[in-house]
Every structure is written in structure tokens, then in C-alpha cells.
Design a protein around this ligand. Structure first.
Ligand code: ZN
Length: 174
């Protein structure tokens, strides 16, 4: 089943066609279980999550990755963005969370934790937060901002050889 691209008519920076193309350049198994990519202009899910988890940090989220354990479906939610670059970075970041939790096996996750202890470089400030954010940020950079990977060459190598296992077609601008 194809991933549903929902609600993006409520903005005009990226088209649903571009979003689909950006997802479908990834290895198929990275997005096969993602059911919906949804735009949430009111940030209603972020508000709800901040309330449920009593975590005001959720209010600043640029996107959210959700997994429904009953149906085994995953959903990516994107909050308002100001630039196309910002959108694509968030899109790949959230898909990176999905890949970490649902595509990698525990052996590869353990390798990532070990690698993170060994290599002190990070692709972004956000990547410093914890191992999951680091993975999502590094994943996104491999898809879209490869120039930032020089900060963390060991992690970039792990992404290329063990997560993507093939060369991802690079595009100058998506
Ligand atoms: Zn994240």
C-alpha cells in the first residue's frame, strides 16, 4: 500500500507529489510500514502530547513519529515549517525515528549505541540530546544535508553501510 500524504493542501511550499518522490527515493523497507504522512497546521497533536506527557518540550517539536502497536502502522506528523529545507529535514528526521524503532534489529541498535559512545562528533545540536535524536538527525543528513556528515564520519559510515546498504541517489535540491 502506498503511503497517504494528507492535509498538505493547507500549505504551498511543497506539493504532495514532491513529498512522495522524497519518500520513494529511500530504500523501500524504510517507508513500507508508514501509513500516513500528515500535515498538522494547528499543531494539535503537539499540544495533546505536551499535555499527556506533561512535557512542554513537545510544544516546540517540528514533527512527531507515532506507531500504533495494534495495527502495526506508523504515522509521521509534520508541524508548520517556514522553508522547504526545514520541511525536508523534518520529514527525513521523523522517518529516521521510524527506521530506528521499526526497521533496525536490536543488534544494529546496540551497534549504534556503542558507536555513539565512541564517536563524539554530532551533525547538529539536536543530535547531542540522546541516541535516538542522534540517529534521526544523522539519517536526515544522509538523505538531505550530506555536507554536515563530516562532523560524525563513523556514524555516517554506519548509515551508509548498515542502514542504507546501497548508495542513495543524491539530488542537488529536492
Ligand atoms: Zn526527533
Amino acid at each position: 500500500m502506498r503511503v497517504a500524504i494528507v492535509n498538505f493542501s493547507r500549505q504551498s511550499l511543497v506539493s504532495p507529489h514532491e513529498i512522495r518522490a522524497a519518500v520513494e527515493r529511500l530504500p523501500r523497507e524504510h517507508y513500507a510500514k508508514i501509513k500516513i504522512i500528515r500535515y498538522d497546521p494547528e499543531r494539535s497533536l503537539a499540544l495533546e502530547m505536551a499535555y499527556i506527557n506533561n512535557n512542554p518540550e513537545s510544544l516546540r517539536a517540528r514533527g512527531t513519529y507515532l506507531h500504533d502497536w495494534d495495527s502495526s502502522d506508523s504515522v509521521v506528523v509534520i508541524y508548520p515549517f517556514k522553508t522547504r529545507d526545514g520541511f525536508f529535514h523534518t520529514l527525513y528526521h521523523e522517518i529516521g525515528h521510524h527506521v530506528f524503532f521499526r526497521v533496525l534489529d536490536q543488534g544494529l541498535r546496540d551497534e549504534w549505541f556503542a558507536l555513539r559512545r565512541a564517536e563524539k562528533g554530532f551533525v547538529s545540536k539536536r543530535a547531542r540530546k540522546d541516541a535516538r535524536e542522534d540517529f534521526a538527525e544523522t539519517y536526515s543528513c544522509l538523505c538531505f544535508r550530506t555536507h554536515l556528515l563530516y562532523h560524525a564520519p563513523g556514524k555516517a559510515d554506519f548509515m551508509r553501510r548498515k542502514v542504507f546498504r546501497s548508495v542513495i541517489a543524491t539530488r542537488r535540491y529536492i
